[in-house]
Design a protein around this ligand. Structure first.
Ligand SMILES: Nc1ncnc2c1ncn2[C@@H]1O[C@H](COP(=O)(O)OP(=O)(O)OP(=O)(O)O)[C@@H](O)[C@H]1O
Length: 304
């Protein structure tokens, strides 16, 4: 089954078009990373899925339901970690989870949920005294209540330390293995890369890319960065490198040359540098990170 299906969704706020003719499909059980620069329309899209915002036009289906006509059914089956979640200072962590359990009409042990998100020893403390990361863990725990079929996580790793971020990724993976679809919006690209099966990149309300991370790498064409340590190199020395088919870009700071290229042309790059009189001391390769791809899609040539 398709978990999320947006067809031709547009949302205007007065003159401003926040989401522009968006088509997006997320299959059941997928972990989908939803990326985009500030103001791209990510939160608006999430709000449309949950019927907190009505689209100007287009249709939205979530877990087989019409997101507007059957919004109650959608919310019953969905766990949400909203961006900028605020705790009730005077309630304990356990009271928060108990509240979520009661609101969902679920039968769950709040302590088991607290344990899952690493708050086992802190359930009886007032949430007002929690650190930012602990608040985020609590929010994740509340989203997990009721064994949702869809988890919507808006910036879930915000405030988490590396150990917390890792635990969060593990929980996401466990949920996905259990058949839960995860819709994961984030600016922390490393998180998305580590956990998502597919990603969609939104820019100015439009989807500019939707693929697996490997698929995006292939589409960008420059799947690796070659880092060459040299004795000295100038802009002129790079001309021949840039002329090689399969080289997307080449830059130098004098002592290092960074070349973004297809993996098949690395030896040609080294050869061209040596032919230009540059002494190559060493070289390493780096796979294009999601960050490079994100920039390519939102600012660079691919975006055009
Ligand atoms: N209720 C609203 N009224 C008017 N404009 C809005 C409203 N909600 C969002 N917008 C505008 O719509 C555009 C998209 O905003 P949105 O919050 O969806 O982006 P985002 O991708 O989630 O950004 P961020 O990463 O900064 O959270 C922005 O220009 C924003 O100012």
């Amino acid at each position: 089954m398709t978990a999320i299906e947006l067809s031709g969704v547009t949302k205007r706020f007065g003159e401003l078009t926040a989401v522009n003719d968006l088509d997006l499909t997320v299959e059941e059980g997928d972990v989908f990373g939803f990326l985009g620069p500030n103001g791209a329309g990510k939160s608006t899209t999430i709000n449309v899925l949950l019927d907190f915002v009505r689209p100007t036009s287009g249709t939205v289906r979530v877990l087989g339901h019409d997101a507007q006509a059957d919004s109650v059914a959608v919310r019953e089956q969905t766990g949400v970690l909203p961006e900028g979640f605020d705790v009730y200072d005077r309630l304990t962590g356990k009271q928060h989870v108990t509240f979520a359990i009661e609101s969902k009409g679920a039968y769950e042990d709040p302590d088991a949920i607290l344990e899952r998100v690493g708050l086992a020893g802190d359930g009886d403390r007032k949430a007002g005294g929690y650190s930012k990361g602990m608040r985020q863990r609590l929010a994740l725990g509340m989203a997990l209540v009721g064994d949702p079929d869809l988890l919507i996580l808006d910036e879930p790793s915000s405030g988490l330390d590396p150990a917390g971020a890792k635990e969060m990724r593990e929980i996401v993976r466990e949920e996905a293995e259990d058949g839960t679809t995860v819709f994961f919006s984030s600016h922390v690209l490393g998180q998305v890369e580590a956990v998502c099966d597919r990603v969609g990149i939104l820019r100015d309300g439009r989807l500019v890319a939707e693929d697996s991370i490997d698929g995006l790498r292939e589409a960008v064409g420059s799947d690796e960065t070659l880092i060459v340590t040299v004795d000295a190199a100038t802009e002129d020395d790079l001309e021949a490198v840039r002329a090689i088919d399969g080289v997307a870009s080449a830059e130098t700071d004098g002592g290092t040359v960074r070349v973004s290229c297809d993996s098949g042309v690395k030896t040609d790059v080294i050869g061209a540098l040596e032919e230009a009189g540059v002494t190559v001391q060493d070289f390493t390769t780096q796979e294009a990170s999601l960050e490079d791809l994100f920039i390519a899609y939102t600012e660079g040539e691919v975006a055009e």
